[in-house]
Design a protein around this ligand. Structure first.
Ligand code: ADP
Ligand code: MG
Length: 380
């Protein structure tokens, strides 16, 4: 197919390491009759080029508000929003429309195709607006895009002559018109039956494989699990993804509580994080880098028993068993490490609210305890 696609930059072309989407301390207040409503609170979110990210959360939690910050449809009250190297929060209205047209493809739940013009004209519209392709190439490009979404036969119909799933595929083709690096979709399958939703999701997967960065808001936890990464939003705040990974049975608001309780600590490569035999009072979740679990063995050299990466935890064994560290933990030589630390008192508070989580952590502790003993050469 003649269709050209944005190519992700190779490593040596990558001038700076900034994620393609970078939200820093974003706050959004809506003015209402009863005062300001804090819809987004201190949101930090980084998404790398080529990632497929889902955003989930209850209705009213702030998902659409968050997407509107990224697309520039609305502005943060405070904080910064960087997309593909541009400070979106700094653009004026005129700059915004053209910048958006070239950099973002936006897909809505209710398609929002223009009903009075044909399918192919809907797809040509963004190219006309941004003058991204020569006039005599736009129609062919629109046709190629329709072919990509398997709707070339419907090019000259009005949108209303198409089914919901077909209209959404047209909307995706339109979103691709100017070959933007980023696609943003707010509940793109929310109005589709599950089979049709599946075909739309498959299309997103293909686009990710071609190098696009895609963010979708979805209510479908099954679909969310199949993206690279899920950001859970609760009451306008982002739940830490590693906290959510370690304690998946907590509710969204319990996860938010855990996120707020956790303190972030960083360690240089190769440094000791905690020593075997010392008192344990904290549960840790690895959020960046890798830690090594080091076990002493009688009459032998110490051994690196395990390496734990992001989303793995330590300190749960000592929480349930004796409160002395049974292993040393060190940041690996490979690079710096970041951990989230939750004190045992706060962990107790959390686990009191969720028997399932308490049980899951206890089982993990028992399993690790058995492994710990066998590594030391002690039969358990
Ligand atoms: P979601 O997409 O997760 O359902 P939204 O981002 O649409 O949530 O809304 C988050 C909260 O902000 C909701 O309580 C909603 O009522 C409120 N909100 C959204 N838009 C406005 C607005 N323009 N004015 C006042 N409140 C708003
Ligand atoms: Mg919404």
């Amino acid at each position: 197919m003649a269709i050209s696609f944005f190519k992700p930059k190779t490593d040596d072309e990558q001038v700076e390491d900034r994620p393609i989407i970078d939200l820093r301390e974003v706050n959004k207040y809506y003015k209402t009759a009863v005062g300001d409503y804090h819809a987004l609170e201190g949101v930090d979110l980084q998404i790398n080029a080529g990632e497929f990210v889902s955003i989930i959360g209850k209705s009213g939690s702030g998902k659409t508000t968050l997407l509107n910050m990224i697309t520039g449809i609305d502005r943060p009250t405070t904080g910064e929003v960087w997309v593909n190297g541009t400070g979106v929060h700094k653009l004026n209205e005129n700059q915004m429309a053209r910048w958006r047209g070239k950099n973002l493809g936006i897909v809505f739940q209710f398609f929002q195709l223009l009903p009075m013009i044909s399918v192919i004209e809907n797809i040509m519209l963004p190219m006309d607006f941004c003058r991204t392709y020569p006039i005599n190439e736009r129609r062919q490009r629109a046709l190629d895009l329709l072919e990509l979404v398997e709707l070339a036969d419907h090019a000259h119909k009005l949108p209303t002559a198409l089914s919901g799933g077909q209209q959404q595929r047209v909307a995706i083709a339109r979103a691709l018109a100017n070959d933007p690096p980023v696609i943003i979709a707010d509940e793109p399958t929310g109005n589709l039956d599950s089979k049709t939703a599946e075909s739309v999701f498959a299309l997103f997967n293909d686009l990710v494989a071609k190098g696009k960065t895609i963010i979708i808001v979805t209510h479908d936890s099954g679909l969310a699990k199949r993206t690279h990464r899920t950001a859970l939003i609760a009451d306008g705040e982002i739940v830490n993804e590693y906290v959510a990974k370690v304690m998946p049975t907590l509710t969204a608001s319990q996860l938010l509580q855990a996120t707020k309780t956790a303190k972030t600590h960083t360690y240089e490569a190769g440094t000791m994080i905690l020593a075997e035999g010392t008192n344990a009072d904290t549960f840790y979740i690895v959020s960046k880098g890798t830690v090594e679990v080091i076990l002493p063995r009688p009459n032998q050299s110490d051994v690196i028993a395990l390496q734990l990466g992001p989303g793995k935890c330590f300190g749960e064994m000592e929480f349930f068993h004796e409160k002395k560290h049974r292993a040393s933990i060190r940041a690996s030589e490979a690079g710096p490490v970041e951990v989230l630390a939750i004190g045992y008192d706060q962990l107790s508070e959390l686990l009191k609210q969720s028997e399932a989580t308490q049980e899951a952590l206890r089982q993990m502790a028992n399993k690790h305890s058995g492994e710990n003993l066998s590594w030391r050469g002690v039969s358990s």
